[in-house]
Design a protein around this ligand. Structure first.
Ligand SMILES: C[S@@+](CC[C@H](N)C(=O)[O-])C[C@H]1O[C@@H](n2cnc3c(N)ncnc32)[C@H](O)[C@@H]1O
Length: 258
């Protein structure tokens, strides 16, 4: 049997195991990826177990159209599609990763649609659920820690994307669900309520559901903490130079209204 034939047989088997809920190691799943996405998997893509838990949370929230915001190699989209047996969408601005995701989904038999492009160009109104695995983090890490140098990464692009997502969440109807893993990295209007919260692989996962149209404030996930923007502003006022985030340009940007 050729190597290509073995790989495609492995993919079909893995797809079946995901549907059945059988145990799967990340290394076995990642072996389906091309070399570069495989090398970056540990730090860039959601682990299999974490994606399965997120899928259960989306099911619990009654989500029917889930968008993975910054879908990378499509690992999350394919797993959640197979677990929930429904179509899952991703948006990804790196064409090579959009291509990788489509090929992965095809081989696994997952129903995945990847929208190639940037968050700011997307109409998010067609989705009732969003997944965020800290998609903006790469904007602030040193060049050597980025996936590649093909996209713009800066504090300005971070803030632009985070404010764009805040706009989606503000405009979304009541009942919209979010799952954040390792933090969304931006402002979440207080019209969203945390319904479930836990630690997985050392990172916080939260299920949020929009319960009202009124949001007088915003939450910011900082490490494992969940803080209100108004609380941070008050701390800054009272603590002056002793404010722990006095030098953190991002926190100071996010804690303020637009
Ligand atoms: C940490 S990875 C998460 C990948 C995937 N969600 C997962 O959990 O396996 C974040 C991804 O978001 C993508 N991304 C970041 N900013 C983006 C933007 N403005 N528009 C589209 N994709 C973006 C990056 O290229 C990267 O693939």
């Amino acid at each position: 049997m050729t190597e290509r034939a073995t790989l495609s047989t492995d993919a079909v088997l893995l797809g079946e195991q995901l549907r059945r809920g059988a145990p799967i190691e990340d290394d076995d799943f990642d072996a389906l990826l091309s070399v570069r996405p495989q090398v970056f998997s540990r730090s860039f893509w959601t682990p299999v177990h974490v994606a399965r838990v997120a899928a259960r949370l989306f099911r619990e929230a009654g989500a029917s159209s889930v968008l993975d915001v910054g879908s990378g190699a499509g690992k999350f989209c394919s797993i959640v599609s197979l677990v929930l047996d429904q179509r899952v969408w991703g948006v990804e601005h790196r064409p090579s990763l959009a291509h990788e995701s489509r090929s992965l989904a095809r081989r696994l038999g997952a129903d995945v649609e990847i929208l190639e492009g940037r968050f700011v160009d997307l109409d998010a109104r067609r989705f009732d659920a969003f997944y965020f695995f800290n998609p903006f983090a790469e904007h602030l890490v040193p060049k050597t820690h980025r996936y590649d140098q093909s996209v713009e990464c800066s504090l300005e692009s971070y803030v632009r994307d985070a404010r764009c997502v805040e706009g989606w969440l503000t405009a979304a109807p009541i009942g919209t669900a979010l799952v954040t893993y390792n933090g969304l990295g931006g402002r979440i209007p207080t019209s969203y309520v945390v319904e479930r919260e836990g630690q997985l692989h050392g990172n916080a996962m939260r299920l949020w559901v929009k319960r009202t149209d009124v949001a007088a404030d915003a939450f910011i996930e900082l490490e494992d903490m969940l803080l209100a923007a108004s609380y941070l502003r008050r701390c800054e006022k009272e603590m002056g130079d002793d404010f722990p985030f006095a030098r953190d340009l991002l926190v100071r940007e996010l804690m303020n209204e637009r």
